[in-house]
Design a protein around this ligand. Structure first.
Ligand SMILES: Cc1cc2nc3c(=O)[nH]c(=O)nc-3n(C[C@H](O)[C@H](O)[C@H](O)COP(=O)(O)OP(=O)(O)OC[C@H]3O[C@@H](n4cnc5c(N)ncnc54)[C@H](O)[C@@H]3O)c2cc1C
Length: 390
């Protein structure tokens, strides 16, 4: 098949692009990935005990975008699922984000006075950042902000990034919220759902089109060659006249010529427990104790019924492409100098008119799944408008 598009990366970005190009534009698409499965970091599968788990950490679908929700609903039915996270603070399990129940559990003696102060200064159901609370003229509110900073945020952040909060973009600290409500949901988006049969099945449905060919366990370097002088791209040694959608690492595309963009990685440890449930809810954060940051129990998320259960512990670690267990670039590190480095690559990317750089690795940005889908749909919309103009 002569391809119109070659898409590097079969994550949700590459899959959405493939689906749209094949179905909307009737284009012939080759989708490649170096892994042995589709789905990128959203991949899920049944483990050896028959439990549906997420290979690369828990992925909860949540969005305020009706457009994204309706688009994905073409390929899956959903289970309603409101994610809940508890944090282990001392001996107590308290809702995260910190809310009125967390105060009741962690700050028993201060509760009445704190509630009085909070209701005097804020609206019920308001979400207030600890940065804002620290500026309050009320000593109790400043004390609450400091408590949350110290017990929920500080050590978790240090474990997560191996950096102190001062070394990270101020936006990271400024976002930590306290909810003046009893709402224990982790997300507040309008649509909070899980694909009823899992992400991988949803992706298989999206890719079910004879115009899409999938090539797995293939690094793009094995089939594509970029000549940076001429801007030409070669596919198996022949000049490729079609377009590329690149969802891999932007620094890798340009042979790391300005240096590597730093990432944080994760060691994910899967365990099976011969009990109906291991913990009280889907995710428990361990901000202060242990080397891991959180434990997730998948049955809560997927709604699967089974007599035993599977859990996953997350140990943040330094990303190192040469060490197999730390070789997945999970999180771009939110620091100004890294954004500046990315911008240098971005300028190079802008010169490649026939290559669309999209997705979390190509944009060096933490993006939720819905944002990735939205960006691809926006790009497809632009392509349609361009085609109409021609
Ligand atoms: C631990 C964790 C939890 C998350 N939880 C949520 C959540 O609850 N909700 C949510 O909305 N989002 C969540 N996300 C974000 C979500 O993972 C991303 O939105 C999504 O994976 C982005 O998709 P993508 O296609 O851009 O990237 P990816 O999924 O990373 O896909 C990129 C693909 O490119 C392939 N590739 C890279 N280099 C090459 C190469 N050289 N040759 C061939 N193939 C290559 C990779 O193998 C990969 O499959 C989470 C992220 C992490 C890290």
């Amino acid at each position: 098949m002569a391809y119109d598009y070659i898409i590097v990366g079969a994550g949700i970005a590459g899959i959405t692009a493939a689906e749209q190009l094949a179905n909307v534009f009737n284009k012939k698409v080759l989708l490649i990935d170096k892994r042995d499965h589709i789905g990128g970091n959203c991949y899920d599968y049944y483990d050896e005990h028959g439990i549906l788990v997420h290979k690369y950490g828990p992925h909860i679908f949540h969005t305020d975008s009706q457009r994204v929700f309706e688009y994905l609903s073409l390929y899956t039915t959903w289970n309603v699922y409101n994610h809940k996270v508890l944090g282990k603070i001392g001996d107590v399990l308290a809702p995260i984000p910190f809310n009125l129940i967390s105060i009741e559990k962690c700050l028993v003696d201060e509760r009445d006075a704190l509630f009085y102060s909070l209701f005097e200064h804020y609206e019920i159901n308001e979400e207030v950042t600890i940065l804002e609370m620290r500026k309050s003229d009320d000593e109790l509110i400043r004390g609450l902000a400091n408590y949350v900073y110290e017990n929920v945020f500080l050590h978790y952040t240090q474990k997560q990034w191996d950096l102190s909060p001062e070394e990270l973009d101020p936006s990271v600290t400024s976002r930590v919220p306290v909810r003046i409500s009893y709402d224990c949901r982790y997300f507040t988006d309008k649509y909070q759902r899980m694909p009823a049969n899992g992400y991988t099945v949803m992706f298989e449905n999206m890719l079910s089109n004879h115009n899409i060919n999938i090539l797995l366990e293939k690094d793009y370097h094995e089939i594509l060659d970029v000549d940076f002088e001429s801007g030409k791209i070669y596919f198996y040694d022949e000049e490729f006249k079609g377009k590329i959608v690149f969802t891999g690492m932007i620094d890798e595309f340009f042979d790391y010529r300005y240096g590597s963009l730093p990432y944080r990685s994760l060691v994910l440890v899967d365990e099976h427990v011969d009990e109906r449930f291991f913990q009280t809810n889907a995710t428990i954060n361990y901000p202060n104790d242990y080397h891991f940051t959180r434990i997730t129990e998948y049955k809560y998320i997927t709604g699967q019924e089974a007599p035993s259960t599977s859990i996953q512990l997350e140990y943040p670690t330094k990303y190192d492409p040469n060490v197999s267990e730390a070789s997945i670039p999970y999180y771009p590190i939110p620091q100004e100098k890294n954004h500046e480095l990315y911008n240098k690559y971005r300028l190079l990317a802008d010169e490649f008119e026939n290559v669309k750089f999209i997705g979390r690795l190509a944009e060096y940005k933490y993006l939720n799944m819905d944002k990735v889908v939205e960006e691809v749909l926006d790009w497809i919309q632009e392509c349609m408008e361009d085609e109409l103009e021609e």
